[in-house]
Design a protein around this ligand. Structure first.
Ligand SMILES: Nc1ncnc2c1ncn2[C@@H]1O[C@H](COP(=O)(O)OP(=O)(O)OP(=O)(O)O)[C@@H](O)[C@H]1O
Ligand SMILES: CC(=O)N[C@H]1[C@@H]2OC[C@@H](O2)[C@@H](O)[C@@H]1O[C@H](C)C(=O)O
Length: 367
């Protein structure tokens, strides 16, 4: 019997809306049991500071550099995470700490997640595994997505028929990413395209609203397929996976001038079209798509996705299967920390393009 470890995962994703915290127990293999979770939303002031950090990070040429406000924001991010762990109020053997991505340049071989793992270990009194993307890049990988091996562990909990027919896990966060799990194979993964980030920016700039709750704005609009075509012509979509994106890789340029609802509908349909496109190179189309992340709550994105995938594919939010849509990434970071402690691979040639399965992460021990 493999050793069962209690692990906390901390995820603050590209939507920059706050920190998801999850406690699980796992053997780092097929056994996973979520135990508790919490959310710590960032306030408006801090979101603005992170946006400034994203802008200041643009000048970085080496991942150790911290120009502009980056040092200050990194300390603040660490403080928010220390508070998030305290809020959860649980003791674990290890914490998996993602940090805040401020720059992701896979073609140049670096990615930066702000967050001081040693400080978190010191203040929480728990061991922390952080910086889990870097070693993948050292081995030729994209450094993202890392959640696929966790998706594979979840897939093992599904019934035999569902597993046999292949399962896609779709995470619609700021950027969307997909993992396709077929029995007996390593998971196949890639970033798909914009998730909610463009839609958030759109409703923010046009209506001063943080996000399109339920997809109600998009639902009132008409999607412009010619605009979607313009996005889909970008070179990213021609490349085969594995591939990954930076939050800044897509902009609102093609929807500028549209009416609020039409722009929202167009961006919702673009999100769905990009996800559907990510499955086109597969040898076999999975019969089930399990959707997580905030985008699973956008009924318009979900409807477009079901329509584009057609009747042969069952598209449903992950909660339908008993997997938490909101906590899946935080749980994944807990799971990855355990795999890191055990020296197990986090990434595979089929998930990030690394040359061989590789482990990763840096361990900061609690003193
Ligand atoms: N009720 C809702 N209706 C519609 N959209 C929602 C709802 N709740 C959240 N969202 C969308 O989900 C986004 C947050 O998603 P999530 O927390 O999965 O992203 P993330 O983890 O930050 O990003 P990533 O996975 O790219 O790192 C919000 O910015 C918003 O656009
Ligand atoms: C560099 C980075 O932070 N990438 C994120 C981002 O958000 C979604 C997508 O782009 C994915 O590749 C990744 O996060 C998920 C959790 C991952 O690594 O699996």
């Amino acid at each position: 019997m493999q050793q069962i470890i209690r692990a906390i995962g901390l995820m603050s994703g590209t939507s920059m809306d706050g920190i998801d915290v999850a406690l699980i127990e796992t053997d780092g293999l097929a056994y996973v049991k979520p135990l508790n979770s919490a959310v710590l939303p960032y306030n408006e002031d801090f979101k603005k500071q992170i946006e400034q950090a994203l802008a200041d990070a643009q000048s970085v040429t080496n991942r150790q550099e911290r120009p502009g406000c980056l040092n200050e924001v990194e300390q603040a991010i660490t403080a928010w995470h220390i508070y998030a762990v305290a809020q959860l109020g649980e003791i674990a053997d290890v914490i998996g700490f993602h940090g805040q991505t401020v720059l992701h340049r896979p073609d140049e071989g670096y990615t930066i997640q702000l967050g001081d793992g040693a400080a978190l270990a010191r203040e929480s009194g728990m061991n922390v595994v952080f910086d889990m993307r870097a070693n993948d890049m050292v081995h030729g990988g994209q450094g993202a997505p890392l959640v696929p091996i966790y998706h594979q562990a979840l897939a093992a909990q599904l019934d035999e028929q569902t597993r046999k027919n292949g399962v896609g896990f779709i995470n619609i966060g700021g950027i969307s990413n997909a993992t396709f799990v077929f029995e007996g194979q390593d998971p196949i993964a890639l970033d798909c395209g914009p998730g909610n980030a463009l839609l958030d920016q759109w409703v923010q700039s046009e209506a001063n609203i943080a996000y399109d709750d339920g997809g109600l704005i998009a639902d009132k609009g008409v999607a412009h397929d010619d605009v979607i075509e313009r996005y889909v012509r970008l070179p990213f979509f021609d490349r085969e996976g594995p591939k990954s994106l930076d939050r800044g890789d897509f902009t609102l340029e093609h929807v500028q001038g549209m009416a609020l609802a039409d722009g929202a509908a167009t961006l919702a349909k673009l999100t769905a079209a990009a996800i559907a496109k990510s499955a086109t190179d597969l040898d076999q189309m999975p019969k089930t798509l399990i959707v997580s992340g905030g985008g699973a709550r956008n009924a318009c994105i979900m409807r477009y996705l079901s329509e584009i995938m057609g009747d042969a594919v069952n598209v449903a939010a992950s909660d339908t299967y008993g997997f938490s849509s909101d906590m899946m990434e935080a749980e994944a970071w807990a799971y990855l920390a355990v795999r890191s402690l055990k020296g197990l691979p986090l990434t595979f040639p089929s998930t990030t393009g690394c040359e061989k399965p590789v482990t990763g992460g840096v361990l900061a021990k609690a003193i």
